[in-house]
Design a protein around this ligand. Structure first.
Ligand SMILES: [Zn+2]
Length: 319
């Protein structure tokens, strides 16, 4: 007699969570079953806000980035956020990145969160939560104020009951999220009045603000408008997020943290670091055909960049 077909395993749906359980998760930070150190960004960022430091959110592009970022976090005893843009998840998939980060988090001695960076719509955010991301961003900064509110609220409505924090964006960070050059000084700043109304009406748990930074490679010297940031901070009590930080001088970032930034994103510098290490090895060893060999110096470059940022952000020894 033929043995019965094994049942196809169903993926866990996003489930409703009772209020007592939500309160418990709020207290301890939501730890996903089987992942000792995979946490949401909520607790991580609130601790940073209390302690007047920021947690680095580093964009990972492949397995090597994940391993290098975790190595830096362990070396510095720092909490860490690994994040992916829609461009990156189109390259592999949400499931691939969620799985890699989960494996890394389970073996890590520091708190790790995995975050969807620049979520480009309701569906992508829901897919990320299904895949196991512990934090999402919905980016409605490209649409009108009221539409941004409606889009952001649609995501928080689903995310809040299951304890997933939602970052939103108001105002614009210049440049392009995934590729292409950025132009410094072209960005409209976040309006503090609008920011207060936006957060009240959407329930977002952190907010990316436009304060003069841009994505990509800066052509001029970037300048953070600290006055705008202070004005926004005086109206909001949720963690604020700085995008487009690659290439921004460390002293400006440190001042922005003093003025209320709790999460700082780095993408471009990590790409540059990996490619620098990789290419240098290949230049010296042009006959090499084992990709592991040039990847090691690539990872070492990323680790050094990330560790140095953790020191500047003040997150070292906060794990
Ligand atoms: Zn960004």
């Amino acid at each position: 007699m033929p043995s019965p077909q094994p049942k196809r395993q169903k993926r866990n749906p996003v489930q409703w969570v009772p209020s007592e359980e939500r309160a418990r998760r709020d207290r301890v930070g939501y730890v996903r079953k089987g992942s000792h150190m995979l946490v949401t960004t909520k607790d991580m960022l609130l601790k940073a806000q209390e302690g007047h430091y920021a947690v680095g959110a580093f964009n990972v592009e492949n397995l090597e980035f994940v391993m290098a970022v975790i190595a830096a976090a362990e070396e510095r005893h720092s909490p860490v956020i690994m994040q992916t843009t829609p461009g990156t998840v189109k390259y592999a998939s949400l499931d691939y990145f969620a799985a890699m980060c989960k494996v890394a988090a389970e073996a890590a001695s520091v708190p790790v969160a995995i975050h969807l960076d620049h979520g480009d719509g309701f569906d992508r955010c829901i897919q990320a939560m299904h895949a196991g991301y512990t934090s999402v961003m919905i980016d409605g900064s490209h649409v009108a104020f009221e539409d941004n509110i409606a889009l952001t609220a649609s995501v928080t409505k689903v995310a809040a009951p299951i304890g997933i924090p939602v970052e939103a964006e108001l105002g614009k960070v210049g440049g392009k999220e995934d590729d292409g050059p950025a132009v410094a000084g072209e960005n409209p700043y976040t309006d503090p009045d609008q920011a207060e109304e936006f957060v009240a009406r959407t329930g977002c748990t952190s907010l990316a603000v436009g304060v003069g930074t841009a994505h990509g490679v800066y052509k001029g010297t970037p300048h953070i408008e600290q006055g705008v940031l202070k004005a926004i901070r005086s109206r909001l009590d949720i963690p604020l997020v700085l995008h487009g930080t690659s290439g921004v001088p460390d002293d400006q970032v440190a001042e922005a943290i003093a003025n209320g930034i709790c999460k700082v994103n780095y993408a471009t510098e990590l790409r540059q670091a990996f490619t620098r290490g990789y290419m240098a090895y290949m230049a010296e060893n042009p006959d090499c055909f084992d990709p592991k060999k040039p990847s090691r110096p690539g990872m070492a470059e990323i680790q050094a960049v990330v560790a140095s940022h953790m020191d500047n952000l003040g997150s070292s020894n906060r794990a």
